[in-house]
Design a protein around this ligand. Structure first.
Ligand code: MEV
Length: 344
């Protein structure tokens, strides 16, 4: 039982290159962002366990006693490695959700319930064990995305910049703190459906799609090489190469069928300001990234952000290579984060 408030955070992430290809065994480069999600775990004596996710408008509470009475044997003796479709169906019953629910808010509640019921039962939440956190995060991802590659939970757990291929993770040494814009088109999409569509396209046109995946793999490797060189001595030419890689990958992702008119718009707007962008993650809407070269003047960055906001997109200026999952003390938190948590 938790005796005091625990504050933890994990970074947001973007995939620089390799989304979708990674599901087919290719390399992905993923980086943690200096934009974090904070979690406050707070003991209560009201006999309830509450879940409050203000950013997506979720507020739920369950009686601890009734959760304890639940027959959770269906979860088995999992150690962050065993979520099945049956588990998800059972969790929907527990939450009182319809079988066919797919909305992200309900899926987030299911992911929480799964982790709460599994972790509290096994009482392993006592030590900082990144391997275990990563395994549990992967299961949470599976509740939402079905069959993820594991790259997203890995980079949010370890932070920094990772090369990921078929579960094998290596950290890039001293990645440059590239500045980027992270842009949310606010077009909702299902990662599960997009991944399935790429698979169908690969099966339908293997001679066409397999070379695209191989080319994306080569883009990731070239990007890794360039980032390695930049660790020693970044030059303007390095940024030009990174921009070319971004453009080529964005075209490949369009050819895989995971583009969207909102992402085309995003690319057009940033091109008009001399900047280069690609979708990041699943595509079909969702988020894009724009590389900010160090030589850019502040007014140009601000004008780009204004133009993107004018399209109805949310836009954050941030940098890559943030620390992974972290524990905080109340006094070490930014005032804005503290305020946000206090207002819950
Ligand atoms: C989603 O962020 C990245 C994808 O490659 C899916 C995955 O890796 O599981 C599209």
């Amino acid at each position: 039982m938790l005796s005091e408030v625990l504050l933890v955070s994990a970074p947001g992430k973007v995939i620089l290159h390799g989304e979708h290809a990674v599901v087919h065994g290719k390399v992905a480069l993923a980086v943690a962002l200096n934009l974090r999600t904070f979690l406050r775990l707070q003991p209560h004596s009201n006999g309830k366990v509450g879940l409050n996710l203000p950013n997506i408008g979720v507020r739920r509470a369950w009686d601890v006693a009734s959760l304890q009475l639940l027959d959770t044997s269906f979860l088995g003796h999992s150690d962050g490695a065993a979520l099945t479709a049956e588990h998800v169906e059972k969790l929907k019953e527990v939450a009182g959700f319809p079988e066919d629910c797919v909305d992200p808010e309900r899926l987030a509640v299911l992911a929480f319930l799964y982790l709460y019921l599994s972790i509290c039962r096994s009482q392993r939440w006592t030590e900082e064990n990144l391997e275990l956190i990563n395994k549990w995060a992967f299961q949470g991802e599976r509740v939402i995305h079905g069959n993820p590659s594991g790259v997203d939970n890995a980079v949010s757990t370890w932070g920094g910049a990772l090369r990921y291929q078929q579960g094998k993770i290596s950290s890039l040494k001293r990645p440059p703190a590239l500045k980027i814009l992270l842009i949310n088109t606010k077009v909702p999409r299902s990662t599960k459906a997009l991944v399935a569509n790429v698979r169908s396209r690969l099966l339908k046109f293997p001679e066409i799609v397999a070379p695209l995946l191989t080319s994306i793999d080569a883009i990731s490797l070239e990007c890794e090489r360039v980032l390695g060189e930049m660790a020693a001595a970044p030059t303007p030419e390095h940024y030009l190469v990174l921009e070319e890689l971004i453009d080529m990958n964005q075209h490949h992702l369009n050819a895989l069928g995971v583009g969207h008119t909102s992402l085309d718009r995003l690319c057009q707007v940033t091109t008009a300001h001399g900047l280069h962008s690609k979708l990041t993650g699943a595509g079909g809407g969702g988020c894009g990234i724009t590389l900010l070269r160090p030589d850019l003047e502040r007014p140009e960055v601000e004008a780009t952000k204004r133009a993107l906001s004018g399209c109805g997109f949310d836009c954050w200026e941030t940098s890559i290579g943030a620390p992974g999952v972290s524990v905080h003390t109340a006094t070490s938190l930014d005032a804005s984060v503290q305020q946000g948590l206090d207002s819950l």
